[in-house]
Write a protein that binds this ligand. Structure first.
Ligand code: 5RP
Length: 231
């Protein structure tokens, strides 16, 4: 009789995500001191980074997390997690993305953590984005753009998004860590991410949008079948 082994199956895309995460770890390790604070994003690529980060948890002071899910994973690894309000600085922030363009501008938020991600990214001295090659695009917007909204403003914001040329879809059943709702804007190519990020931020009822253009990544680590490279 054949025996079923509990060997975890890992897809090619997961292998690439893991390679990007490892490359980020190698990039930050030489700069860490026992006073360093590491900002941590959210998502499957970041989960590989958290797992790798656990190996060097003695080399830095604490992590600042962008979601309840990442906080739980960090704590499971015995990594000290601090509140952003209690930290004077964040040395580096590492996070994945749903899309990245050649200017290192991003769409983020498929994991519903965009608002806290943008806050921690903005607080950090350096933002390292880790992606597999499937996330690279020339123009942002093929991936539906997440917009976090105050629940009472969902329909109002949706109408404004239609006026701006998009097709918003309510991510029904999902409430963010901040108690808000999400609209995913389909068919919404974004040739000027800086301008569109500001426009969306000015719509009453919008808490945050998934364009990371003001706080674009300082470096995007891309894991491809041909190897790992930096943009
Ligand atoms: C969560 C995010 C994630 O970074 C983004 O969705 C990428 O996720 P994954 O690494 O699972 O592909 O923005 O809000």
């Amino acid at each position: 009789m054949s025996q079923i082994l509990s060997v975890p199956l890992i897809s090619t895309q997961d292998t690439l995500k893991q390679q990007a995460a490892r490359a980020a770890l190698e990039r930050i390790t030489p700069k860490l001191t026992t006073k360093s604070i590491v900002g941590v994003g959210t998502g499957s690529t970041t989960n590989f980074f958290i797992d790798a980060l656990a190996e060097i948890k003695h080399m830095f002071d604490a992590a600042v997390s962008s979601s309840e899910a990442s906080t739980a994973r960090l704590k499971d690894h015995g990594i000290h997690v601090m509140d952003l309000n209690a930290t004077p600085h964040v040395d580096v922030y590492v996070d994945g993305a749903d899309e990245a363009n050649p200017a290192r501008q991003l769409i983020k938020g498929a994991g519903a953590a965009l608002t806290r991600e943008k806050i921690v990214a903005s607080a950090a001295d350096e933002f390292i984005c880790i992606v597999d090659e499937s996330k690279l695009v020339d123009t942002l917007g093929a991936f539906p753009l997440p917009v976090e909204v105050i629940p009472m403003a969902r329909s109002l914001v949706a109408r404004r998004l239609v006026d701006l040329g998009g097709q918003p879809v309510w991510r029904e059943g999902v409430t963010t860590d901040n108690g808000n709702w999400l609209l995913d804007v389909h068919d919404f190519a974004v040739p000027d991410p800086l301008a569109m990020e500001a426009t969306l931020n000015n719509v009453a009822g919008v808490v945050c949008n998934g364009l990371f253009a003001v706080d674009a990544a300082d470096v995007v680590i891309v894991a491809a079948s041909s190897g790992v490279r930096e943009i």
